[in-house]
Every structure is written in structure tokens, then in C-alpha cells.
Ligand binder design. Structure first.
Ligand code: SAM
Length: 324
């Protein structure tokens, strides 16, 4: 497994995405009830408010605050911090619409929620979508309260253990762990491609090599079993995706496949590390109760409620304000 923040930095620097929803339209901003939730919060802020998006990733939420501010003449100042090495302006250099908004946000890469680079009592609103829960809660609450102005507000959407996102992530994580185990599909593909590579080095054809032929048979059996085992589970999507990428390679391997496979395998390991972080950060009902029990005596108006998107459970909404 990876260490530190490489798995997040790699994602933010290589996925054409402003948030953690992969690629495509959903990755470029929030819509529906999520957008409504944040717009409602922005609408309550006074003109000139100073806002920080913590654990911002490439800044989907921060630029949504900028877009709202421009539309409603709010003149917000927006900062965005993430522990990963985020560089959204590099990634979106060729997208003038997004780049213009990104340039209006002051980004702080390599910046933990537990150690924010702001003065005491300087921030009107701290916001976070699927980020606050990744931090050490005691330190994060203390740090957010240090930088919030008296009467400043904190609002976050927190991963909910029973949401479809969490269930999906758990299933994906279990699937990839299985594939990377000693007898798993990815480990066996690597073995096959190494055998093929050594044949080519000796200028022989893999198809005439007994070990290669035996390994190939093992792999097709594993692939068939995987399809049967996962086709009607929450991991069916991951299973189909993986098999559709690799089965053609197994059917007719070529020199160079091992190198590209190892690079693909590395992205799978990084992806698993992100899923693992997410699964560990997610709040169950017990986590939510613990948070309330721990902090209700020192956080004013503390509120944690289930949040729905298109009638499906999506997150916890977490709110408090800093007492005067
Ligand atoms: C699921 S992503 C969410 C990013 C973004 N808010 C979004 O909506 O897409 C979680 C982010 O939390 C960041 N993170 C994890 N621990 C953190 C910490 N202690 N301080 C700041 N950021 C952290 C990760 O680097 C990652 O970018």
C-alpha cells in the first residue's frame, strides 16, 4: 500500500477532475441537492465574507463559491487547502472557463486541516465536502475554531457509512484486494507477462513455452470465475472494467505489455489507497454519536443530520458555529 499523500496527489494531478467523482460532468462541479445545499449556505454569507474550503482537492467547492459570489455580487475571498500536492491550474490550463475561476481561489497545497495557515479569528465560513472526516477530529475541530471568527460557521458534507457511495467503495476495495492477493487475477497476470517477456528475451514464442501455456490456462479460469463470482454484486462494474482491459492483452500479449501492466497495477494500488482512506474516514451512526458526545459541550448549535440526493442517502450534514 502507498504511504503519505501520493495516492491523492497522483489523482489530483492526473484526473481531469475538480472533485473526487472521477471524470465526466459530475467531476466538474456539484449539481442537484448538493449544489442547492451549498448555495443556500453561500446565500447567508455577508458581502466580502472570507471562506476556506478544507480538503479541497482540485477545488470544485471553492470555485462553486466563486461562481456564486460573482453571480450575486458577494465579493467573497476564497481559499482552498488540501494535504495533497494539488495543482489545478496546471491541469486545467487549456480550459479557460475553469482556469479563470481557479485563478480567483488562493490554493494551499500540502496543507493539513490540523495546521491551517490562517490567523486566529480571520475566517467567516469553513466548508468541506468529503474532506473534514479524513483529519484527526480533535485537532481539526480545534484548528477550525481557532481560525473562525466569533460567530463564524462550519459546514461540511461527511461520508455516511450507509450511502451508496460508501457501499460502492467498500465493494470496490474488497474486489481489488482480492485481485491483488497472491492467487489473485492481477498477481497472476503479472506472472504471465513476465513469462512472456522472458520468452521474447530468448527470442522464442511464448505460445511454445509450457509454463506460459499453463499460466495462460490458469488465468482464463481465474477470469471466468471472477466474472461468475462478481457479476451480480456491487463490484460487477469494477470486475467488468478490469476484465475488459486485460483479457485482450492475455489473448495476444506483445512485447512492452509488462511495462504498461505494471504502470496500470500501480494506478490500481493508488486507487485502493484512496478507497481505503475513504472507507476509514466514513462516519457510521456510532461515529456520528461519538462526534456529538465529544464536542457538543464546546461547539455551539452543533448539528449532524442525514443528507439526501435524489431521495438516496448521500452524506451527513455537519454544522456548528463559533460562539462569540
Ligand atoms: C474525497 S477527497 C475530497 C476532495 C474534495 N473536497 C471534493 O469534494 O472532491 C478527500 C481529500 O481530503 C484530503 N485530505 C485527507 N486528509 C487531510 C487532512 N488531514 N488535511 C487536509 N486534507 C486532507 C485528501 O488529500 C483528498 O484530497
Amino acid at each position: 500500500m502507498t504511504q503519505g499523500t501520493e495516492h491523492w496527489s497522483h489523482y489530483w494531478q492526473n484526473s481531469k477532475s475538480l472533485n473526487s467523482f472521477g471524470e465526466g460532468d459530475a467531476a466538474l462541479g456539484y449539481t442537484g441537492n448538493v449544489q442547492f445545499y451549498w448555495h443556500d449556505i453561500f446565500s447567508r454569507m455577508a458581502t466580502g465574507a472570507v471562506i476556506v474550503d478544507i480538503a479541497s482537492g482540485n477545488g470544485a467547492l471553492a470555485i462553486s463559491a466563486i461562481a456564486f459570489s460573482e453571480l450575486h455580487n458577494k465579493n467573497f475571498t476564497v481559499y482552498a487547502c488540501d494535504i495533497a500536492d494539488v495543482k489545478p491550474e496546471v491541469l486545467f490550463q487549456a480550459d479557460p472557463d475553469i482556469l479563470t475561476k481557479l485563478k480567483k481561489v488562493q490554493f494551499y497545497p500540502a496543507t493539513a486541516i490540523e495546521n491551517l495557515p490562517f490567523e486566529n479569528n480571520s475566517i467567516d465560513l469553513i466548508i468541506s465536502q468529503f474532506g473534514f472526516e479524513y483529519a484527526n477530529q480533535i485537532e481539526a475541530v480545534a484548528e477550525c475554531n481557532r481560525v473562525l471568527k466569533p460567530d463564524g460557521c462550519f459546514n461540511a458534507l461527511i461520508h455516511h457509512a450507509d450511502s451508496f457511495i460508501s457501499k460502492d467503495s467498500e465493494a470496490g476495495l474488497a474486489f481489488y484486494k482480492h485481485c491483488l492477493s497472491e492467487a489473485g487475477f492481477l498477481t497472476q497476470v503479472e506472472r504471465l507477462l513476465m513469462l512472456a517477456e522472458s520468452c521474447w528475451l530468448k527470442k522464442t514464442s511464448p505460445t511454445t513455452n509450457v509454463d506460459y501455456v499453463a499460466q495462460n490456462k490458469i488465468l482464463f479460469k481465474i477470469a471466468t470465475d471472477l466474472k461468475v463470482q462478481y457479476s451480480s454484486t456491487a463490484a460487477a462494474f469494477w470486475c467488468d472494467d478490469l476484465l475488459s482491459r486485460l483479457v485482450p492483452v492475455l489473448a495476444s500479449p506483445r512485447p512492452g505489455n509488462l511495462t504498461s501492466f505494471l504502470s496500470f497495477r500501480h494506478t490500481v494500488v493508488l486507487y485502493m489507497a484512496r478507497l481505503e482512506d475513504q472507507v476509514n474516514a466514513t462516519w457510521s451512526q456510532d461515529n456520528k454519536n461519538n462526534f456529538i458526545n465529544t464536542f457538543q459541550s464546546n461547539l455551539s448549535a452543533l448539528r449532524v443530520t442525514p443528507f439526501y440526493e435524489e431521495k438516496a442517502l448521500f452524506a451527513w450534514s455537519l454544522y456548528w458555529h463559533k460562539a462569540d
